[in-house]
Ligand binder design. Structure first.
Ligand code: NI
Length: 177
């Protein structure tokens, strides 16, 4: 088990456009995904993108069964998504609170597309295609943004809705995202 160091906002490596994966079902990819899963689990995250551990590849993982920080959130299946493409299915957006392991201790209110379709490949190169909405759609958009060098604070519509979790939600069980 290897819990990798998470890059934090301000590190220029989080601002790069990550590169496509061209080789699947390899030992290298398997090891990377094991480290990503270990890291996400250890930090109790909902998702993780490879650039967050300094790997400049278009790989994200996400999934949540039930999470104390998102008591209202529906479950999202554990997913490995490589070379993802997101297609919004309408112009509808909704705002929701987000955090990020690369922005520890903070939360922000972020508008995201409500309904979308995403496509990509799993670790074996098999095609994935899903039509999702709500929290699942939000998580995918947040994680895939990391592959284009976008951190959620860049998406906040009103910066008054950005702050420390402990101040915004003083009664909550606050942990880093
Ligand atoms: Ni993030």
């Amino acid at each position: 088990m290897t819990v990798r160091n998470i890059l934090r906002m301000g590190d220029a490596r989080l601002l790069r456009r990550a590169e496509e994966v061209t080789s699947f079902d390899s030992a290298e990819l398997r090891d990377l995904l094991n480290d990503m899963r270990d890291t996400m689990r250890a930090l109790d995250g909902v998702g993780l993108a490879a650039p967050q551990i300094g790997i400049n590849r278009r790989i994200v993982i996400f999934g949540v069964e039930s999470n104390p920080r998102y008591p209202e959130a529906e479950a999202v299946p554990a997913t490995v998504l490589i070379n993802p493409v997101i297609t919004p299915l309408s112009d509808a957006t909704e705002e929701g609170w987000e955090g990020c392991l690369s922005v520890p201790g903070m939360r922000g209110l972020v508008p995201r597309f409500t309904h979308l379709r995403y496509r990509g490949r799993d670790e074996f190169g098999a095609l994935i295609g899903r039509t999702v909405s709500g929290f699942h759609a939000r998580v995918v958009q947040h994680e895939c943004d990391h592959l284009d060098g976008i951190l959620y604070p860049m998406r906040i519509a009103d910066m008054r809705n950005f702050g420390f979790s402990s101040e915004l939600f003083p009664d909550a069980d606050v942990r880093d995202e």
